[in-house]
Design a protein around this ligand. Structure first.
Ligand SMILES: [Zn+2]
Length: 335
């Protein structure tokens, strides 16, 4: 019998009930063990436990079972955690100032890349909202480039840290956020894959944008995970494990694994035209607690993956999608 915290799921993109299992309970357990081994070998023995967050001790518990939609190939948890369980998990985290500062600093240069791709699509600076602003690394990069980005995040300790840097940050979720002034851009770099209902989230983002406003989303690639995890056994095992671990895909700590096609389908259904997709590797995770050889190995692997991913977003471990809001906002009453 399922715990009350779980429910059976249909595909979050196409609503199909037809799916195939790609990782059962034993497979997930093996991936969790492989992940512990991977990171404990790479971290210094004196690493403080809170610095393991988002590395070994994930905010999102591993899935019970993962499936892939037969129709659109989106990867999702089935059964899945109920929506309130997910939101509460993030809202209740209490990151330390040191953890937030470290994330803010580590991610700064990555966010400069994302900002420049957003600029390419938007064409000019303007007002924006970042959903999942957390430690404020993107808000900082955007401010330096002349944008006026605000933050939105369910985690209040993180919001206090970011407000202290001089940013406007609202506590709450995308689907309940309201504004009287639509934005030129909405960016969801860190949490679209974690949102309980991605279709409602895309509609909510559409309602917050001016016509032609840009939605930027970054997500792990479900197709990459599904393909590479098939190689975990046998001779190719160590390579497959490293590819997944370096991209934070081992034990799949996400709710949804979209593909380029399935996310395009979802956005086109909710009032957007997809303008550009971009393949990438996970942001760098090495910090002062990472052993020297491990940081060097990460740099080498990620440089290679980024070069390959730039050529083929569909085969990349992570991808970004940039879409324009169509026509007049859905929420505006007709004259
Ligand atoms: Zn589907």
């Amino acid at each position: 019998m399922l715990s009350p915290a779980y429910e059976l799921a249909r595909c979050p993109v196409c609503n199909s009930a037809d799916s195939r299992e790609i990782a059962g309970a034993d497979d997930v357990r093996e991936e969790v063990e492989a992940l512990w081994g991977f990171h404990t070998r790479r971290l210094r023995a004196d690493t403080p436990v809170e610095r393991l967050t988002d590395r070994v001790a994930f905010s999102q518990a591993p899935p019970l079972r993962l499936v892939q939609c037969v129709r659109c190939e989106t990867v999702f948890r089935n059964p899945r955690e109920r929506a309130f369980e997910v939101t509460d998990t993030y809202a209740d985290e209490t990151p330390t100032i040191e953890t937030l500062q470290s994330l803010h600093d580590t991610q700064r240069s990555t966010f400069e890349g994302q900002l420049s791709r957003l600029m390419d699509v938007a064409g000019r600076v303007g007002r924006g909202l970042e959903v999942g602003s957390y430690a404020g690394g993107f808000l900082e990069a955007a401010r330096a480039a002349g944008w006026h980005f605000e933050g939105l995040d369910v985690n209040e300790p993180a919001n206090e840290f970011t407000r202290a840097l001089g940013f406007t940050v609202t506590a709450g979720a995308l689907t309940s956020y309201r504004t009287t002034q639509p934005f030129d851009a909405v960016a969801i770099w860190n949490c679209f894959d974690q949102l309980p209902d991605p279709r409602s989230a895309a509609r909510a983002a559409r309602a917050l944008l001016k016509p032609n406003g840009v939605l930027a989303i970054r997500v792990p690639n479900g197709a990459f995970y599904a393909t590479v995890r098939q190689r975990l056994g046998g001779l190719t095992g160590p390579i497959a494990r490293a590819l997944l671990a370096h991209n934070n895909l081992l034990a799949f700590p996400y709710r949804h694994g979209f593909t380029v096609q399935s996310l395009t389908l979802l956005l086109e259904d909710t009032g957007f035209d997809v303008v550009r997709t971009y393949g990438d590797a996970l942001v760098p995770i090495a910090d002062e607690w990472t052993r020297g050889w491990a940081a060097a190995e990460e740099r080498m692997i990620k440089t290679t993956i980024k070069a390959l991913a730039a050529l083929d977003a569909e085969g990349a471990p992570w991808f970004e999608i940039y879409a324009r809001a169509r026509g007049t906002p859905i929420s505006r009453p007709r004259a």
